[in-house]
Write a protein that binds this ligand. Structure first.
Ligand SMILES: Nc1nc2c(c(=O)[nH]1)N[C@H]1C(S)=C(S)[C@@H](COP(=O)(O)OP(=O)(O)OC[C@H]3O[C@@H](n4cnc5c(=O)[nH]c(N)nc54)[C@H](O)[C@@H]3O)O[C@H]1N2
Ligand SMILES: Nc1nc2c(c(=O)[nH]1)N[C@H]1C(S)=C(S)[C@@H](COP(=O)(O)OP(=O)(O)OC[C@H]3O[C@@H](n4cnc5c(=O)[nH]c(N)nc54)[C@H](O)[C@@H]3O)O[C@H]1N2
Ligand code: SF4
Ligand SMILES: [Mo]
Length: 734
């Protein structure tokens, strides 16, 4: 029988008839996998595969990367620029020259009427670094608005702020190898198997060879928590309390690394005084982790030869986001776990090039981690770009999350959105909708014409995406890797670099500023500006990067001159004592008092609303919603709901339920699971008109990042399930 069945259905792998493989770097998450895209005899991309010799992914790809070649011709891509005078009218197609002329004249009109900063630019973590650098030059050096920021404020701002506060500079100090070599790993609010599957796979493989403790701090039983030795289901938004308590126990039991603390840090006494208040008993009442577990974890971490902490949005997206990052750094500094193999404080980054934008986009400053506040930095960049340094603002302007309220107030009249979709990704989207409607002029530059923001735009610019162009990304471990062009831009779309260059030509101020056309020429400018900086890439070139399947910075021209194998350099920062980026070379230990300021469940809204991601989808689904193999896993909005809570409310599996917060409502399907506690629901944020209608998004005071993970809702049972299904369907239509 078995034989017969096998004979009837032999396994057959379709031959895609690939004639050429082109080297690239995955354009989804910040893991930074090396990927090759196969094209057939007609030049059509037909297949994707992992690159075997690449250190990051060693031949593997996750469920997003493996279908990435399907993006180029997916539905909804933009073909031509679209224009209209008023958002009540329909669009008409236009040519690039007219679109660029119109955009430049509208920017000038707005700036002349309302002042330079009344035109704002909101960018992303998903362009090539050369594009970020060029947009920075255009915005800071030519257009001259200080209201320029990126969606990275929704994502990595707390990590950036926390690194700056602790170490004197941004720049993740560790690498993936640390997570394989460590003797203890704590993951704070980071669900690697779904969000960074290849990093997860590397840790899992390392643990198969050498079992070291994995401790997961997350209010949900995530996939990573299922693999953990200890799962600490923390009360949302209270990680800082747990961090203080861990340090309390470490100091109480004399487990700290005195030698390291003396040679590398200042502020120990102040920290000691603050953590003294967080004995395990007091802390357990706030953070929900019992006192014995707190003591155990503190001992395991401090006694490990090398211990590492990683974190992602569970820490960053909180009103204590920046403090949570400083808390992780405090823990690693008192135990001597920075800059040594297996000992690090590593923010797992989000978007494919969130790091590139931090380093080179000039969003929060000037290129190469330079600051607007520093006169030397302004002078240096002014001279290099041929821009009068007085043209630069002397301090950073509004963060992305403050730009929208400034539109509400009428202070900002024009907005340029580059590769970001705030109509789905910002908290409280009803408010964002009203805000966008108020603009005199909105430009949306996106690879997809059907992205929700185009409903509010006056001008739509179709952008090429990912391997339709060339350039570099930097991943979580500071590895610069290259995407080569696989295929031509879709329709009449243009690369973002070409769009920035075209626009620059329309401004008088740009006559004396150079805008090189080729990505490799732009990269060359960056290498020059990086010399002697923390982010030194002066030894790199596009070709050398491809040859090595990515190179970690710093990689200096001196390193390159030695001719030694590249693997030796750039793995870790702060490996020598007293080399932190503050003037005295010391890292700061910073006391973190805890103030409970979240929206918490109450009688009217009794559930915690937790939000996040799924492995098969990326962000607002402009991409994965169009790839059948990704979308079919979860095509409709749903929530994770505890079966006991469902039982009490009379909600059955797969029923549609109305969620209500103080901001708005949304309809989702109930998926009953013990992943969430009884007083919490978890809703993926990938769906339009869904969970961000509900979120509050209070801002972290240091980073201005929204607390997407903490707000409260109630659940309403819906009698008319058919009508609910239709409403839910309408909201997910593309
Ligand atoms: N498949 C896929 N991968 C992605 C992305 C994607 O959209 N899809 N996006 C990329 C981007 S931009 C980012 S930023 C990363 C995000 O990667 P992650 O941060 O790993 O993903 P999230 O699901 O947003 O949140 C992680 C966890 O935070 C937990 N959490 C909630 N509140 C708290 C809290 O108070 N404390 C703690 N300790 N944990 C809490 C949630 O329960 C959730 O499991 O993923 C990247 N990778
Ligand atoms: N509730 C809730 N909300 C969240 C989060 C959460 O955890 N919970 N996470 C937040 C985080 S961490 C992030 S990073 C944000 C992400 O939020 P967004 O950045 O707003 O979401 P994306 O869908 O990634 O938007 C990127 C856009 O760029 C377009 N694009 C892709 N490639 C290119 C290109 O090469 N050029 C151009 N011009 N366009 C391109 C895509 O089509 C898409 O429309 O969401 C945030 N929102
Ligand atoms: S893990 Fe991230 S970088 Fe690697 S293939 Fe998946 S989405 Fe791409
Ligand atoms: Mo992100």
């Amino acid at each position: 029988m078995l034989f017969g069945r096998n004979k009837k259905n032999p396994i057959k792998i379709a031959d895609k008839e690939v004639v050429k493989w082109t080297y690239s770097t995955c354009g989804y998450c910040s893991t930074g996998c090396s990927i090759e895209v196969g094209t057939d005899a007609n030049g059509k991309p037909v297949s994707s595969r992992g690159v075997g010799g690449a250190d990051v992914n060693r031949g593997k790809l996750c469920v997003k990367g493996i279908f990435e070649h399907e993006l180029f011709e997916s539905s909804g891509r933009g073909n031509n620029p679209l224009i209209r005078e008023d958002i009540s009218q329909g669009y008409r197609e236009t040519d690039w020259d007219s679109a660029m002329d119109h955009m430049a004249s509208e920017i000038s009109r707005i700036q002349e009427t309302y002042g330079r900063d009344s035109f704002a630019v909101v960018s992303t973590g998903q362009l090539m670094t050369e594009e970020f650098y060029t947009l920075g030059k255009l915005t800071r050096g030519v257009i001259g608005t200080n209201n320029y920021d990126g969606n990275t404020t929704l994502c990595m701002a707390s990590a950036v702020s926390g690194y700056k506060r602790s170490f004197g500079s941004d720049g993740p100090p560790g690498c993936y190898e640390d997570l394989e070599q460590t003797d203890c790993l704590i993951a704070w609010g980071s669900n690697l198997p779904e969000q960074h599957p290849i990093i997860y796979w590397r840790i899992k493989e390392a643990r198969e060879h050498r079992d070291f403790p994995l401790i997961v701090v997350d209010p949900r039983v995530t996939m990573l928590a299922q693999q953990a030795d200890m799962h600490l289901a923390i009360t949302p938004g209270t990680d800082v309390v747990l961090q203080n308590a861990l340090i309390h126990v470490i100091l109480d039991e004399g487990l700290e690394d005195r030698e390291y603390i003396n040679a590398n840090t200042v502020g120990f006494e102040q920290l000691e005084m603050e953590v003294a208040k967080y004995d395990p008993v007091t802390a357990s009442k706030i953070c929900g982790i019992d006192e014995d577990t707190i003591r155990n974890v503190a001992r395991i971490y401090a006694k490990a030869g090398a211990a590492s902490s990683i974190w992602t949005m569970g820490i960053n997206q909180s009103t204590h986001g920046s403090d949570g990052v400083v808390g992780v750094n405090n823990l690693n500094l008192v135990t001597g776990n920075i800059g040594k193999p297996g000992g690090t404080s590593l923010s797992i980054t989000g978007q494919c090039n969130a790091m590139g934008t931090r380093e080179w986009s000039s969003c929060s400053g000037l290129p190469g981690y330079r600051a607007l506040e520093n006169p030397d930095d302004r002078a240096e960049i002014g001279e290099f770009w041929n821009v009068d340094p007085e043209f630069f603002p002397k301090k950073r302007g509004l963060a992305q999350t403050d730009i929208f309220p400034a539109i509400e107030l009428g202070e900002i009249k024009g907005l340029w959105l580059v590769a970001t979709n705030p109509m789905t990704s910002m908290p409280n989207t009803a408010r964002i909708r009203k805000t966008l409607e108020k603009l005199d002029f909105l430009v949306v530059q996106d690879s997809y014409a059907d992205v929700e923001t185009t409903q509010y735009a006056h001008l739509y610019l179709p952008a090429a995406t990912w391997a339709e162009k060339e350039g570099v990304f930097t991943n979580t471990e500071r590895r610069v890797n290259i995407t080569r062009q696989v295929t031509q831009p879709h329709g009449n779309s243009k690369s973002d670099l070409a769009i920035f260059n075209e626009l620059s030509k329309r401004f008088k101020q740009a006559e004396k500023v150079k805008f090189p056309e080729k990505p490799a020429q732009v990269f060359e400018e960056m290498t020059h500006l990086s010399k002697g900086r923390l982010v030194d890439i002066s030894g790199m070139s596009h070709d050398l990067i491809e040859e090595n399947r990515g190179i970690q910075w710093p990689y200096t021209s001196d390193d390159a001159a030695t001719g030694e194998p590249i693997k030796a350099g750039g793995k870790r920062l702060y490996t020598e004592p007293g080399t932190f980026r503050y003037a005295d070379g010391m890292a700061k230990l910073i006391p973190l008092p805890f103030i409970d300021n979240n929206e918490v469940p109450d009688d009217r809204f009794p559930f915690w609303l937790n939000t996040g991601r799924l492995v098969e989808h990326f962000h607002t689904r402009t991409k994965t919603g169009k790839v059948g193999n990704n979308n079919k896993y979860s095509p409709i909005p749903f929530m994770e709901l505890n079966p006991d809570a469902a039982d009490e409310l009379g909600i059955r599996s797969q029923e549609y339920v109305r969620l209500v917060s103080k901001r708005g409502d949304a309809i989702v399907m109930a998926q009953l699971t013990h992943r969430v506690p009884k007083n919490m629901i978890f809703v993926p944020f990938h769906f339009h008109d869904c969970v961000n209608r509900l979120t509050l998004g209070l801002l972290d005071p240091h980073s201005r990042q929204p607390a997407y993970k903490q707000s409260s809702v109630r659940l309403e049972k819906l009698e008319d399930q058919k009508a609910a299904a239709v409403m839910s369907m309408e909201r997910r239509e593309f």
